[in-house]
Structure formats: C-alpha cells, structure tokens
Design a protein. Structure first.
Length: 229
C-alpha cells in the first residue's frame, strides 16, 4: 500500500529501521501509515497545528486500523512530542526553510531529548536549513533531490553529533551530498539556476542604480555552479 507522492516516498526511504518517528505537519498521516505498514517504524506520531488536518489524519489512521501504533496530536511544531514517546527521528516535510528552522529553534531540550535523526524537506530555503543543522551539531549524512509536478524538492537527512563539520559556501548552497551524487535532476536544477543568475547579472549591470554587492553575490553563485557542473 502506498499513498505517497514521489516526494514523500523519497522521504520515507530515508527513515531508518526500528525507529520511533514524529512527522510534523503530517497531512493525512500518509507517511506514518506507510512507515508502520512497511514495518520501518515501531511507533509514529503525526503532529498537526490545526483541527481540520488533525481530524483527517485521525480518520486515515483509524481506516487502516493503526491507532495502537500511530498517535495523532494537535500542537505547534515539536510541542506534540512528549519525553515518554522516546522519539528518535523527526520528519518535517513540505514547508519553507524559514518555517522549518523556526520549528526546530522553538523545540525544547525535552522534546529533542531522544532525537538522533532529522529528515527535512524544505520547499525553498535549503541553505538556511543546512546552516541550522551544522550550527546545532547535526551532520548531514544523506540528501536526495526529486522533481514532482514541475517543482524540484531537496531532502536532507542529518544525525546528531558532538561537533558538526562546517561546510563551505557552495555546500550550503547546493548540498554536500547532492554535489557529490550529481544526479540528472541536480544538474538540470543548477543549469536552470545558472542561466537565471547570468541573466540577472546582465540586467543588474544595466540598472540606473547598480547594486554591486548583489552582483558580486550572484557572480559568486555562478562561479560555484560552474565549478560543480
């Protein structure tokens, strides 16, 4: 049984076996249902910030007869996690990078006490998410990139370490593991971005008021992309 989109399927594949997972902003609890059905997770928690989505998620969990292994809770971000849940893996997928980092920043030590792994899928703002991970001692261990419905999504998996190794600017921008894998989707994304940056620089140079700082930044991005591609 899979109700998952390609994007969520890719997220699902990053979850380790025998885990206790919290899916924040779960949307119908599709991911928790799949993880329990596939026997990847022992226990799953679906967190929703609004009553409507929570009710839908509850209905779906009951429909599959998984209420004893999946809890659906109403709460803001990681506030749905209790220490006794022993959650070791947190998934936050389908939000912007700013919102994802905000959710993580607001999490208490108690909510994160057992968390060893974060699997994050920002719709935009991936560099911001990578900066947060490294700054908070999570080492990026895997990344994936997929295209779905004309949008390209990046998925980042990170594990808690004593001291995360800092990345170089190009790695924050493009993803340390994605740069190494260099998949066709990755190449297509950055060829498209490169084209956009080059056009932007030409336009900015012709503007009445020249923003040299922005031009320099764009040129830096162009250099990174050309080197990697």
């Amino acid at each position: 049984m899979t109700l998952l989109s390609n994007r969520l399927q890719a997220v699902c594949q990053m979850v380790d076996e025998n885990t206790r997972v919290a899916d924040i902003g779960s949307d119908h609890a599709y991911l928790p249902v799949e993880l329990i059905e596939q026997k990847t997770a022992q226990y799953a928690l679906a967190g929703e910030v609004a009553v409507g989505p929570m009710s839908r998620s509850k209905e779906d969990v009951e429909k599959f007869g998984l209420s004893d292994q999946i809890d659906v809770r109403l709460g803001d971000g990681l506030a749905v996690i209790q220490k006794s849940d022993k959650i070791d893996t947190v998934v936050i997928a389908g939000m912007g990078g700013i919102l994802i980092t905000d959710i993580l920043m607001r999490a208490t030590d108690e909510q994160l006490s057992h968390v060893k792994t974060l699997i994050l899928q920002p719709n935009i703002g991936e560099p911001l998410v990578r900066h947060w991970l490294v700054d908070n001692n999570f080492q990026i261990v895997d990344e994936d990139i997929i295209e779905e419905d004309h949008h390209v999504y990046e998925i980042i998996k990170a594990t808690k370490v004593d001291k995360a190794t800092p990345l170089v600017q190009a790695q924050y921008l493009m993803g340390p593991i994605l740069m190494f894998k260099k998949s066709p989707t990755f190449v297509a994304k950055w060829e498209h971005k490169l084209n956009g940056y080059q056009k932007a620089v030409i336009n900015m140079k012709q503007a009445k008021k020249i923003d040299q700082e922005k031009i320099d930044l764009m040129n830096q991005y162009i250099k990174y992309i050309e080197e990697i591609l």
